[in-house]
Design a protein. Sequence first.
Length: 342
Amino acid sequence: MAVTKELLQMDLYALLGIEEKATDKEIKKAYRQKALSCHPDKNPDNPRAAELFHQLSQALEVLTDAAARAAYDKVRKAKKQAAERTQKLDERRKKVKLDLEARERQAQAHGSDEEEEEESQSTGTLEQEIKRLREEGSRQLEEQQRVIQEQIRQEREQRLRGMAENPESRGTPKLKVSPADLRATSHHLLSAEQMLPWAQLKWKSKSQGRYSRDVLLRLFQKYGEVLNLVLSSKKAGTAVVEFATIKAAELAVQNEVGLVDNPLKISWLEGRPQSTMGPNHPGLSQVRSQASRSWACSGFGAPLPVWALLRALSSQIPVIRNWQVRQSKQEDCDSLLIPFPL
């Protein structure tokens, strides 16, 4: 059994950094501390993080189950005693021992069989206990992993909330650089692969301007998975949204306009990557054609005006936000405009 052989080669107590007589409470505490430091979500660039996290989970499963822990301790004790006996032998006795084993292997077969049988029984017991843990599921492991996931989620949400409430203190040095120079330089310094998928949202707020958390989630989940969305509690009309991928964030920043009567101003939280969807992208042609067909089927028969295009697309298909901003003549967003030929 692969898992059992792996466990036999590991010192689970040393892996968790605890004593052999550690209580369940001490084991769980040590697991949380170790697992948090090597959790794959917090170490995406470390290929061994997932392997170490898996080993810690195995250690927690075995050591928090009384029967499995007893079986593991028995195997561990036998291996430790054998190692101590071997260590006590000097070089001369080791040589004699090896010679005797080579010449008298047949004569000692019976005694060796007994030792092997005892070790085999201990190993078999441990295998049975691990198999039982797999079949029943480890309640202790699931509980501790839920605690870790919740702590990671709270840390991420707290970080996003801080960015939403203090947009000027994100750890970036305050240099005296003009906006034009900053935009020109960011093109060379930041690429789509280096960007964090975070966008900042702003809107005119009159009692939150009809933008609630649920409304914003519905607007942005059509572009991809949304990991977090935090509304600022100090500055009304401001929020930060975190996407699972850069692609989803880029689509949202380029296309979303929000509510027609209260458009959203969307910007990258830090810099902006190169656009991967130009104005002649096939998807945008499809958007325009679908909107035109919807208007033609309504029975009005008149050319599709600007407000009708926005209304036809806002409920089902994302509209290029820069085109709406340009029509609204919002000069403070000129740096984000991308021409949208109609």
